[in-house]
Design a protein around this ligand. Structure first.
Ligand code: SF4
Length: 366
């Protein structure tokens, strides 16, 4: 089914600022702890050796003495603080493999956030993910190590835009990709991720649905359902950089190469892929199929993370990095755990409305 109509953000609109709490409120509640030692010595080397074994195929030995003291200090502070670290699949290997308690795509992290019983959640991902954790855990302290970690999709639409769409299409349900601010989630009927977008759209039982903010995911959904889709014109600045032409060149060099793509990519890129799915779906596909050579058409840290687990698979890496995800680093995570910053705060009324839309998604298959 083709997309019915498409609407877009006003050109040149600046991204909304990420809201954060009073810089000292969380520190007052939980206290500040002293800076731990960051020395590299034989004891640190011995204690972190099992973790280095997980990442040795993607982190050169010469770099480990920089990472290891942070890894040791962060893991000790997590226990002391009763904190958990949720890390997205696009985080760098030393975060993903060595300090994260839970890893996954947005949906998996949202589900873990709902189950977690720690006092503090440190979200290693971008701001809308930390907001989602706060929405599902209003009584917990949720921290993001760098509040500037935004997202071009989340910045593409505001709550006011959703209200205008509702006025233009009265009675048409609104589905929001989780890559949206809490303010937007509060205005929609239900959220979705790239792994359940089609299922969520069809669960509404409507013949027409407004889908926002990703135009390419909207296109992908429209191609796989009979529901008519009204789309918003946002895009992921990482996935829209891939081209079908570059994938055809890879394939011409090696006809046996497997190409797997994320549905945030443009349609002609998806047209070149052997498989399309969410980041979790892509990882599962590689685990199950064990291709000799594969190109993952998504943010390039994910290939490093899967490579650490499956060293026998050769990953071809067109390296499109997400600059927002890369703002999260081990020194910033440690700083976050010491000083309890940056705390994510959401107006309680807005959070309650946003929670309805997120929980409707999270509960869909229970
Ligand atoms: S990769 Fe794209 S969708 Fe994901 S956080 Fe970065 S800009 Fe947003």
């Amino acid at each position: 089914m083709p997309i019915l109509q498409a609407f877009g953000p006003s050109p040149g609109r600046p991204p909304p600022p990420a809201p954060v709490g009073d810089a000292t409120a969380a520190a007052r509640r939980h206290g500040v702890v002293p800076m731990p030692s960051l020395d590299w010595n034989a004891q640190v080397e011995r204690e972190t050796a099992p973790l280095y074994a997980r990442v040795k195929t993607v982190i050169p030995a010469i770099e480990w003495p920089f990472f290891a003291p942070y890894v040791k200090a962060i893991n000790a502070l997590k226990r002391e603080r009763n904190a958990v670290i949720l890390a997205h699949n696009y985080q760098t290997p030393e975060i993903y493999n060595c300090v994260a308690d839970f890893v996954g795509d947005s949906l998996q992290l949202a589900r873990e956030a709902a189950k977690v019983d720690a006092a503090i959640i440190v979200q290693c991902g971008v701001h809308f993910m930390a907001e989602t954790s706060k929405i599902l855990n209003p009584d917990k302290t949720v921290l993001i190590p760098d509040r500037r970690a935004g997202c071009s999709l989340a910045a593409a639409i505001t709550g006011q835009d959703v209200r205008l769409l509702r006025a233009k299409f009265p009675g048409v349900p609104v589905v929001a990709y989780v890559n949206t601010s809490a303010e937007v989630k509060a205005e929609v009927d239900v959220c979705c991720t790239s792994s359940n977008a089609i299922e969520v759209v069809e669960s509404l039982g409507a013949d027409t649905v407004i889908f926002l903010p990703d135009r390419y995911l909207a296109h992908y959904v429209a191609a796989h359902t009979t529901v008519k889709i009204i789309a918003w014109q946002g895009a992921c600045e990482v996935h829209e950089r891939f081209t079908a032409e570059e994938l055809r060149r890879y394939r011409a060099d090696d006809p046996a190469l497997q190409i797997i793509a994320h549905p945030e990519c443009p349609p002609d890129v998806i047209g070149e892929a052997d498989y399309t799915g969410s980041t979790a779906g892509m990882i599962d596909w590689v685990r199950k199929n064990r291709p000799r050579r594969v190109v993952m058409v998504t943010e390039c840290s994910m290939a490093d993370n899967v490579q650490a687990e499956l060293p026998e698979v050769e990953f071809v890496r067109p390296c499109n990095l997400c600059p927002h995800m890369k703002r999260i680093t081990l020194p910033k995570i440690l700083d976050s755990l010491i000083h309890l910053r940056e705390e994510v705060v959401i107006d309680p009324t807005m959070a309650a409305r946003a929670r309805r839309a997120v929980e409707r998604m999270v509960n869909l298959r229970r």
